[in-house]
Design a protein around this ligand. Structure first.
Ligand SMILES: N[C@@H](CCC(=O)N[C@@H](CS)C(=O)NCC(=O)O)C(=O)O
Length: 212
């Protein structure tokens, strides 16, 4: 069975859980408690030297990085494909994926926030400002782009990897009480995704390691 090392509130783990659920793949979860720093311990670094979640084990295949994992799953388990077939639409999905994976999430990761606090004495309020600033930057551009690409979902009327990225990023925004009033298209797409069982089952609150 597939093995997923992750954490309930990790948005990168959430992305992978959505893909697993959409494809109906059975998997075993191995929670790594990020708040307790388990990701940095030797035992976990032996599994993933980068000390980050998620991490997937599929037999002999051992893989870190959520986007690589999602693409691997999509290519290895093609039922319920999460990429369109037309090159332009595929590129569009990748553009949206990268806006979140490369230009937003890394700036707001736990280790980045910890570094701001430890090395620059950032207060919790400054950290929140930083966090929301980078989400706003991307969501402003994303909103414009989605107005031209979206149907029911980010690109047309089928769920793609872009939706598997967007919903966890909106989860992060909500954790910081962002209203998302300026992003009606993002809100509409996320509401559509959140009707699907796969997104509900993959949601942080529904994970075995979820804490109140
Ligand atoms: N680019 C990586 C990012 C992974 C990542 O940063 N995961 C976060 C949780 S969402 C993590 O493990 N953080 C631990 C830390 O910052 O110490 C991916 O997409 O998998």
């Amino acid at each position: 069975m597939l093995q997923l090392f992750g954490y309930w509130r990790s948005s990168a783990s959430f992305r992978v859980r959505i893909v697993l659920q959409l494809k109906g793949l059975a998997y075993e979860q191995h929670p790594i408690n990020l708040r307790q720093g388990e990701q940095r311990e030797k035992a976990y670094r032996r599994i993933n030297p980068q000390g980050l979640v998620p991490f997937l084990v599929d037999g002999d295949v051992q893989l870190g990085q959520s986007v690589a994992i999602m693409e691997y799953l999509d290519e290895t388990y093609p039922a319920y494909s999460l990429m369109p077939s037309a090159p332009e639409a595929r590129a569009r999905v990748r553009q949206l994926v990268n806006m979140i994976a490369c230009d937003t999430h890394p700036l707001n990761n736990l280790r980045v926030l910890n570094y701001l606090e430890e090395h620059f004495r950032a207060s919790k309020a400054q950290e929140a400002d930083w966090y929301c600033h980078w989400i706003d930057e991307t969501f402003t551009a994303l909103e414009q782009l989605l107005m031209t690409t979206a149907g029911v979902y980010c690109v047309g009327n089928e769920v793609t990897l872009a939706d598997c990225m967007l919903v966890p990023q909106v989860y992060n925004a909500r954790r910081y009480d962002m209203t998302l009033d300026d992003y009606p298209t993002i809100r509409r797409i996320v509401a559509n995704c959140e009707q699907l069982q796969a997104f509900i089952k993959a949601a942080p609150a529904n994970q075995p390691d979820a804490q109140g």
